[in-house]
Design a protein around this ligand. Structure first.
Ligand SMILES: *[C@@H]1O[C@H](CO)[C@@H](O)[C@H](O)[C@H]1NC(C)=O
Ligand SMILES: *[C@@H]1O[C@H](CO)[C@@H](O)[C@H](O)[C@H]1NC(C)=O
Ligand SMILES: *[C@@H]1O[C@H](CO)[C@@H](O)[C@H](O)[C@H]1NC(C)=O
Ligand SMILES: *[C@@H]1O[C@H](CO)[C@@H](O)[C@H](O)[C@H]1NC(C)=O
Ligand SMILES: *[C@@H]1O[C@H](CO)[C@@H](O)[C@H](O)[C@H]1NC(C)=O
Ligand SMILES: *[C@@H]1O[C@H](CO)[C@@H](O)[C@H](O)[C@H]1NC(C)=O
Ligand SMILES: *[C@@H]1O[C@H](CO)[C@@H](O)[C@H](O)[C@H]1NC(C)=O
Length: 759
């Protein structure tokens, strides 16, 4: 399961830095030189080589070998193999903004294979008007795409928009004919990956040195955004439905920068550089750095997406799958940061106990168990000489075949890092017929195994154990998975979805929004069989914020088509202020599986509501200047700003507090006494109207809004207002409330998150 790999990376990430003392060792560095200057490509390349030659005291030839990427289209810079000392010398050069080591990012998926088939897309999206949508281009930076997938057919689409300046770069098993009127461009970047992980062909995995997707992830995300309608998709006969992207009329430009679920900073920046210059309208990235969020001034996604924001491009990125508070990544305010939640369908793989009780479990299990089998705890059937401790986790070779043969084994999880699949293999090797895995995380992501397996929550384990203790010969049957519609509350937050607060700028609530990211069906790469038990699949069901991000990217694309003049911030605002915090049972959104009430640090402004986002009523807009002012307010110094913008900018002498940044949600991380927060809204409706403020106070904080009513006459009018927060009692962490502007038709909602440091 890949969310585990994310954590493995966390554990090892700090180490190489610490031991990279040998100054002779070369690493791959990104040399960022800021805004674009109007040099032709050839002179840029020559200048880059000369710079590298000068710090290496080498020939131009040697420098040429050392340089892996040239960034020349949307911003300037290059990446090169350098020693630490050479990197330092470069960073001292006047034209150089910053030099940082290229690090590895991870795709934000949790693989959960399937033979089932379901229509996972939010049906409301299919009703959206998509008149100008065929002019909208979404850049997807991921693992490429599978060109033969029916999802990428261009049937019914008109000519490629003239504004597109991209290319369809040929490569291994990929020609320019593999692009069409849907996938209008395709490029790939691998040098950054190889510099960090070694040659692609040493990875012992199938790959294509081209935009052809070997991982499946890129095909899945791209088809979720804009996949063609593919009716009657049917996997193993278990379910039927139509697979389709959220904005099937929109165009895709594919930038492959991820290999085997890892994506190097240097490759990502090359992809941003091209995509921005190619003319995409929306960028979608289902990947991110290892948490916690790095400084915005030295993080590839922060810098790349800032360049996009500046060019009017919406950047929608996944929040990450790191479970814990404070792990949200891609958290810069100019990014639309997406969390993951469930849809109104789940995959139940239930356990029928001998006492006729049914225990609810989760997985994707197509295998039928013909009968009930004996039920045993792993710890009671340890192989000779193996501690019961080991057997309780069903570690490799820990089970005694004599006792396990023909039984269903209950196994536990010792750490999130463990492979669930290996445990199933251990049970299978010992002759077991099935496994019940106790795993609070696995219940979220519908895993697939070679034998009948179901995953249950530790809370339910008590019920299972009670039965096993009461009965001399406990028996059970794991049944085939059924897709259950509207079985329970939806949406619910996925437990794995990365959570706030935002560790870099705690006054900005992150994530921003949540969207479907659990058990999502979309196109796949048939060569990606590592997690499908060797079965080649054209469509697959997987989970992660990787899957929710493209849903939001699709909605951003639709908004862009309906409101072509809206800024990225306006599109973000429309999506955020129209989101809902209620579920289909009219309760506040809960967290899967036990329903604990979720907060804005789980879902941001709430669950995406695409139809409402088309007509939000009011907008909270902001531009690059506002972002710079915000960063100044957080204490950013010109050198840091230069890292981001590429030019030397000084902060205004009188900086506004960061809490006044015109963000569509309101965070105050340090409230002492009374604080006034100001905002400006832009009216985007028609005709005269009046909006009234409705407040839900955070506990222990009193809130008043001035003026309490806003009158508008015509679209484009701006009105300022102030929110006065008075601390009544010290809070234990953040407390939450909301401000809603309503005119009887529209509800423009902003969550409020406040930490009261003192009254
Ligand atoms: C390479 O892959 C094959 C087949 O998957 C496997 O048997 C072999 O052990 C792998 N080798 C290495 C070095 O990982
Ligand atoms: C600019 O970026 C470089 C490279 O990541 C980093 O080392 C440096 O600290 C940053 N400068 C500032 C002032 O943040
Ligand atoms: C039990 O598991 C531990 C790891 O937790 C391992 O180091 C040890 O070798 C195992 N013992 C046996 C007898 O398999
Ligand atoms: C389509 O785009 C044009 C200009 O780009 C705009 O004037 C028109 O209103 C748009 N139509 C719809 C239905 O959004
Ligand atoms: C629900 O689950 C969360 C996270 O696993 C846990 O912190 C919380 O205590 C649980 N609540 C209940 C009522 O079981
Ligand atoms: C950015 O927005 C501010 C208002 O928030 C405005 O004063 C300023 O002129 C805008 N700057 C640009 C470059 O549009
Ligand atoms: C909160 O603000 C007060 C003054 O406004 C300051 O002294 C204090 O250091 C701040 N605390 C934190 C945690 O930022």
């Amino acid at each position: 399961m890949d969310l585990l790999k994310v954590i493995v990376v966390v554990l090892v990430a700090g180490v190489p830095q610490a031991i990279s003392v040998a100054s002779e060792t070369e690493h791959h560095y990104v040399v960022y030189m800021g805004s674009h200057s109007l040099l032709d490509m050839e002179s840029v390349v020559r200048a880059n080589h000369e710079m590298v030659a000068s710090v290496k005291d080498s020939s131009i030839e040697e420098a040429r070998d050392a340089v892996l990427h040239h960034y020349s289209r949307s911003f300037r810079g290059f990446s090169a193999m350098l020693t630490q000392e050479q990197a330092q010398r470069l960073s001292g050069m006047e034209s150089v903004v910053s030099v940082f080591e290229s690090k590895m990012n991870r795709v934000h998926t949790t693989h959960s294979w399937d033979f089932l088939r379901l229509n996972t897309l939010n049906p409301s999206k299919q009703q959206l008007k998509q008149n100008n949508i065929s002019d909208v281009i979404i850049g997807v930076i991921d693992s490429g795409f599978w060109p033969e997938s029916e999802s990428f057919s261009d049937e019914g689409l008109g000519p490629v928009p003239e504004k597109f300046k991209g290319e369809c770069v040929a490569g291994e098993k990929f020609t320019s004919a593999n692009c069409n009127r849907k996938v209008i461009g395709a490029r790939f970047y691998h040098k950054g990956f190889e510099a960090l992980a070694g040659p692609l062909n040493s990875q012992n995995q199938t790959f294509f040195l081209s935009a052809r997707d070997q991982d499946g992830h890129g095909s899945h995300t791209a088809s979720t955004i804009s996949g063609n309608e593919v009716p009657n998709t049917n996997l193993y006969g278990l379910a039927r439905g139509t697979a389709r992207g959220g904005a099937p009329g929109a165009r895709l430009a594919i930038y492959k920068a991820c290999w085997f679920d890892s994506c190097a900073d240097a490759d990502l920046l090359a992809a941003y550089d091209d995509a921005i210059s190619d003319g995409v309208d929306v960028l979608s990235l289902s990947l991110g750095p290892v948490p916690p969020q790095p400084s915005y001034f030295s993080d590839a996604n922060s810098i790349g997406s800032f360049s996009a924001f500046r060019k009017g491009i919406v950047a929608s990125l996944s929040a990450g799958n790191s479970f814990f508070p404070g792990t949200v990544t891609n958290a810069a305010p100019w990014i639309l940061t997406v969390a993951a939640s469930t849809i109104d369908r789940e995959f139940d793989t239930n356990i029928y106990l001998g006492n006729f009780k049914i225990i609810k479990g989760y997985s994707l299990n197509p295998l039928e168990m013909d009968d009930s089998y004996g039920l045993i705890l792993g710890e009671t059937v340890a192989a000779p000489g193996v501690p019961a401790f080991n057997a309780s986790f069903c570690y490799d070779n820990s089970l005694n075949p004599a006792s396990v043969k023909g039984k269903i084994v209950v196994c536990k999880l010792n750490s999130l890092l463990e492979s669930r699949r290996e445990k199933a293999m251990t049970v299978n090797n010992a002759g077991g017929v099935g496994m019940i895995l106790i795993d609070a995380v696995g219940v979220d992501v519908s895993l697939q195994f070679m034998i009948p397996v179901t995953v249950i929550d530790p809370v339910v384990e008590i019920e299972l154990r009670a039965y096993m203790e009461m009965t001399k010969y406990p028996v059970a049957r794991i049944v085939q998975t059924v897709a259950v519609l509207k079985s329970e509350r939806a949406p619910m937050m996925a437990g794995f979805s990365s959570k706030g607060p935002n560790t870099q700028t705690p006054d900005i609530i992150k994530p921003d929004i949540t969207a479907p990211g659990v058990n999502i069906l979309a196109a796949w790469s048939p060569v990606s069989t590592l997690n499908t038990a060797g079965r080649p699949l054209d469509y697959n069901i997987i989970s992660g914020t990787s899957m929710s991000c493209p849903h939001v990217s699709a909605v951003a694309a639709i908004l862009k088509s309906v409101h072509p003049t809206w800024s990225p911030a306006a599109i973000k605002s429309a999506i955020m202020t129209t989101a809902t915090v209620m579920d289909n049972t009219a309760r506040h959104i809960g967290t899967h599986p036990n329903g604990t009430q979720a907060t804005p640090f789980d879902y941001g402004s709430g669950h995406i509501n695409p139809l409402a986002a088309l007509d939000p009523g009011l907008l909270y807009d902001f531009n690059v200047t506002d972002v710079i002012d915000f960063l100044c307010g957080t204490g950013a110094v010109p050198k840091q700003l230069r890292n981001l913008t590429g030019s030397l900018i000084s902060c205004p002498t009188h900086v506004a507090p960061p809490t006044n940044f015109n963000y569509p949600s309101m965070g105050v991380s340090n409230l002492t006494g009374t604080l006034t927060v100001s905002r400006t809204v832009t009216y985007c409706g028609q005709g005269p109207t009046m909006y009234k403020a409705y407040i839900t106070k955070p506990p222990g904080v009193s809130v008043s809004v001035y003026p309490p009513q806003l009158r508008f006459n015509k679209a484009g009018e701006k009105m300022g207002f102030r929110v006065v927060l008075r601390a009544r009692e010290k809070s234990n962490g953040f407390v939450f409330g909301s401000l809603v502007w309503g005119n009887g038709i529209h509800r423009v909602r902003s969550p409020i998150a406040v930490q009261v440091v003192s009254t």
